[in-house]
Design a binder for this molecule. Structure first.
Ligand code: CA2
Length: 151
């Protein structure tokens, strides 16, 4: 049987991970995050499609393209979490399980980060646990897809 495909999408500026603001986001780079996700996916026997974009429209198109292709979406929408009704609409329309990940604890930060439009379209949110949060999200998404947990 073919392995389930989980999209792991990353929003704007996450390509800067590890290069700036290590006190907020740690020292791991986006390549390190991808490696962690690839190793975790291997262990869980799922396939991943790991991507990053700075463009809101591109992120929305990627979400739309998941229909009929992927079985779940893990997304760190970065700054678009706090601004994008359009991204929320895409996530609601795609009709797949969604887990939102944030490396930092957005609730301990500036008030404008406390609200995420995306959360309304997510089954669950992992935030503040650093880069390992991506591995936790992959584990949870695999359980959701394979065992139909939470759906
Ligand atoms: O904690 C997270 O994962 C965030 O999604 C990261 C976003 C931020 O806007 C959200 O409020 C929380 C920022 C991503 C930009 O990451 C950078 C990393 C290093 C240097 C500069 C930006």
């Amino acid at each position: 049987m073919e392995r389930p495909l989980i999209a792991v999408f990353n929003g704007p500026n996450l390509n800067m991970l590890g290069l700036r603001q290590p006190e907020v986001y740690g020292r791991a780079t986006l390549d390190d995050v991808e490696l962690l996700c690839a190793q975790t996916a291997e262990r869980l026997d799922v396939a991943i499609d790991f991507r990053q974009t700075n463009g809101e429209g591109e992120l929305i198109s990627w979400v739309q393209e998941c229909r009929g292709r992927a079985q779940g979406i893990i997304i760190n929408p970065a700054g678009y979490s706090h601004t994008s009704v359009a991204l929320l609409d895409a996530l609601l329309a795609v009709d797949l399980p969604v887990i939102e990940v944030h490396i930092s604890n957005i609730h301990r930060r500036e008030p404008f980060r406390h609200h995420s439009y995306v959360s309304r379209g997510a089954l669950g949110v992992i935030c503040g646990l650093g880069v390992p949060g991506y591995a936790l999200a992959l584990q949870a998404m695999t359980d959701i897809i394979i065992n139909e947990d939470l759906q």
